[in-house]
Design a protein around this ligand. Sequence first.
Ligand code: GDP
Length: 602
Amino acid sequence: MAPKVEEPALVRATEVVIGGPIAVRDLAERMGVSGAELIKSLIRLGIVASLNQVLDPESARIAVSEMGLVVHAVQPEAVEGEATPEEKRPPVPEEDRPEDLKARSPVVTVMGHVDHGKTSLLDAIRKTNVTAGEAGGITQHIGASTVEWNGKRIVFLDTPGHEAFTAMRARGAQVTDIAVLVVAADDGVMPQTLEAINHARAAKVPILVALNKIDKDNALPDRVKKQLSEIGLASEDWGGNTVVVPVSAKVGTGIDDLLDMILLMAEMGELKANPDRRARGIVIETRLDKGLGPVASVLVQSGTLRVGDPILAGTAFGRVRAMADDKGQRLEEAGPATPVEVTGLDELPAAGDVFRVLADEKMAREIASQRDIKRRVQELGGGQAATSLEDLFRRAIEGEKKQLNLVLKADVQGSLEALRQSFEKLEEPEVGIEIIHTGVGGVRETDVMLAAASDAIIIAFNVTPDAGARQAAEQRRVDVRTYRIIYDAINDVKAALKGLRAPIYKEVVLGHATIRQLFKIPKVGTIAGCYVTDGKIARKNKLRVVRDGVIVHDGPIASLRHVKDDVRDVATGFECGIGLENFQDIKEGDILEAFAMEEVAR
Ligand code: GDP
């Protein structure tokens, strides 16, 4: 066992001095909070950083004041003519007191399989609400719509589907209170229905089922209810407690019931927020308007946003010049659970960015003048706090992390089940395992986003990530582990859970080549005429043959040639001929992935 460094008990500081750039770990120490606590706070500010990352002083100071501590900014060089650079800010309480919380409207996302009627349902809901003579009248697209029902408000996010939902969550933003799962009564539970359910469950968002298209002759609502009960969403008439509302988005039946049920669920959820604080929330959409400049649709989640407020949204900064709601009405202020379009930012933030009103103008000016912060925050903003097996191992030793979340992808259902059962058996008293999503097929970007949002690692069995997933995994630092032998997968996870000292090997992908042509050479076999698309392929690497995301073979290289010569490696952008040891069954269009195993230092 590695010698354990005794951590001194944390004593929370009340004042902190921040001079220059500071690493997250050091800042946490200075503040007397755990690294995890600080990282969480940073994520709430839209800054995604790991323990070792260095924060610029401005971000550090915002984080500190957000956590309720007094900041002393000792600037290295005092600006001439300015008053003392020392500044104090009253602490802002991190948590709201219960008595400050007031009921707020629910925010709803519509999810479900493609063509089951998500968009139609949203349209039908919006139509219900167009009362004659409504002020403003024309609905504006601002990324979310507000519907009045029985004197209460419901906010619907305009972008249906779990992809957008999880992409936001991956940035640290939980926006949705209730997920409406649309299932077509003529089609039943489909792959994306399951995916949506897993995404909603991973986010711990309650699910309400809208059983759509009941107007159709071939609608079989009972069959769908049976399917739903098999996946843990049994309706009341099937002995469960999931609310299942039959609707027809086309004809308009059941929409009233659906809205009633949403309000009921919202009431049970006791959704609350403190309207009397500086506003914060999430950017849901952005656009560049010729006349108005950058326009951001934001959802105020807590506090009240007012015209004139200095705000920071992701890396964009500005003062709220004007606000409008989804009916095009100008607003002076917007309370919790209100979507509004804001003008006055200096550039476009990204959807999913956290926005917040800054404490005072001085801070606003300070940040505005430090344009440099943007680039640096952007650099920091790329990565989610990494989760990997090594991290888990370390955290298990440090007693920090108590649960391993897994996303499992495999080539066939049978392997998924085998993996699931084996992993479930590995649970330890101290470390639980939760499989938050399983799926047949290659690893896709949504899987990576889900893993990033849920602090999970991805176990890919006989499948590989596609290009989008690979890029996302790199950006969000999600650990995607590819295995071809169940035993290896289980052993790695077991080792991480138990903190065994067995060396952990991590696979490093070194490059990819696409097979463009096959050459059959007598006595030698089939040679793949390839083009190296990224990285490089070296003679000593192992190669994996990937067809439609599924690994069909892996093994050593028998020959590597460029033009007519045997070569040691071939770089991106070059063509080469590759022969594989003991494998001839290659096809045009296959992707060859070069990889090596490296021992991971602990
Ligand atoms: P989405 O992909 O889930 O957003 O699905 P859409 O809202 O685009 O709907 C897919 C198709 O189903 C469209 O052709 C709709 O007209 C049709 N559709 C949606 N809801 C209903 C419904 O309640 N009844 C019938 N008969 N058709 C519907």
